[in-house]
Design a protein around this ligand. Structure first.
Ligand SMILES: Cc1ncc(COP(=O)(O)O)c(C=O)c1O
Length: 367
């Protein structure tokens, strides 16, 4: 008899990352390749991060602090919460997984937007939960629609604000109106992976305050985007002590490595770097908007470090043609692409290559 697999994973598809830059260079004989596909920080990370990592370099043979004591302290100080209300993880990806393991029983309903971050759905399915999808309205979360889907079986509601991949957000008022109507036995996950990029004033500025009135809320954050630590894999959650201590039971020992812990503490301290990245992202966003407008292409105004645009040609084909020219973006559904905002020269190269690609495909020349 061959080995058998859990039926819950039968129809799952493994995550397929884009090609690494080195592979694209080799395959197409290119010396310069820019990757605007994974919403990484084009400025890298604060120089203080490297210094902090070098300081702990000699200790790589020792296991890291499995409790992330200093990192928890740094986070708790920043948000004025107790260290016991903070749980670092190996990227927020690991936390999405741990949340599913901690909360989801077979048959539980998990409400999420369609479209949003795909791991919410995969992890629900792995645990035998039933994803309940609520289509976006005008590319934005339909919070009323989500409330309408609540049943006795609802266990979790996933909110991503601002949303990946659309870049859209909902306001503080909308969030508070929503939370008031969610029964307290339903866990609301508030994923703020991109909150540092938001420019609108009506965004919920201090989400951690929500925990006082809503102990069923869990706030999920990452160092991968604004702080530029994507390859170190470090994120964190802030929630009630009860939620944190239960998730901690399913956590792998030593999940956040020594370099990630040191880097995250240093990154949090350098808010000047955050400001620099915020300004660059805002400039890049405005530049890309104006170029899409000149080309006559629809785009979704974004509060993140990525923009979705409708290039009116098959997005898979556009992706491949751009890749051949050394620019990696993310093809989305039908004719939509998602591009991460880069440095200004990277944004300009992307637009130049996009024009080059779309002209022979019958796009953009007369628009
Ligand atoms: C909305 C959202 N949540 C979570 C993640 C996971 O990020 P990480 O595991 O790098 O912290 C991502 C990554 O793209 C994301 O877009």
């Amino acid at each position: 008899m061959p080995v058998s697999f859990r039926k819950e994973i039968k129809d799952l598809v493994a995550y397929k990352p884009g090609k690494p830059i080195e592979d694209v260079k080799r395959e197409y004989g290119l010396s310069d390749v820019i990757k605007l596909a994974s919403n990484e920080n084009p400025l890298g990370a604060s120089p203080k991060v490297k210094e902090a990592m070098l300081k702990v370099m000699e200790e790589f043979s020792l296991y890291p602090d499995g409790n992330c004591t200093e990192l928890k302290e740094a986070i708790s100080k920043k948000y004025n919460v107790k260290p016991s209300e903070v749980l670092p993880s190996a990227g927020s990806d690991e936390m999405v997984d741990m949340i599913a393991k901690t909360f989801i029983n077979h048959g539980d309903e998990i409400i999420m937007a369609d479209i949003t971050f795909p791991r919410y759905m995969d992890t629900a399915r792995i645990m035998g939960g039933t994803p309940v999808l609520v289509p976006l309205k005008n590319w934005t979360y339909d919070l009323e629609g989500m409330l309408a889907k609540i049943t006795d079986k609802t266990k979790i509601i996933w909110l991503c604000n601002p949303n990946n991949p659309t870049g859209t957000m909902f306001s503080e008022k909308a969030l508070l109106d929503f939370l008031k109507q969610v029964p307290e036995n339903i866990l609301v996950i508030y994923d703020e992976a991109y909150n540092e990029f938001v420019t609108r004033d009506d965004y919920p500025k201090d989400s951690v305050q929500l925990l006082k009135d809503y102990p069923n809320v869990l706030i999920l954050k990452t160092f991968s985007k604004m702080y530029g630590l994507a390859s170190l894999r470090v994120g964190y959650t802030i929630a009630s002590e009860e939620i944190i201590s239960n998730i901690n039971k399913v956590r792998c020992p030593f999940d956040v490595n020594r370099f990630a812990q040191a880097a995250a503490i240093a990154a949090l301290e350098d808010q000047d770097f955050v400001k620099k990245c915020y300004d660059l992202n805002k400039r890049g966003k405005e530049y890309l908007y104006s170029e899409f407008e000149k080309l006559g292409y629809e785009y979704i105004p974004s509060e993140t470090n990525h923009i979705m645009a409708n290039v009116e040609k098959n997005s898979g084909e556009v992706f491949l043609e751009l890749q051949k020219r050394g620019v990696i973006i993310r093809p989305m559904m039908s004719t939509w692409i998602r591009v991460s905002i880069g440095t200004m020269p990277q944004n300009e190269t992307f637009i130049e290559k996009l024009k080059e690609v779309l002209a022979p495909l019958g796009g953009c020349e007369n628009k």
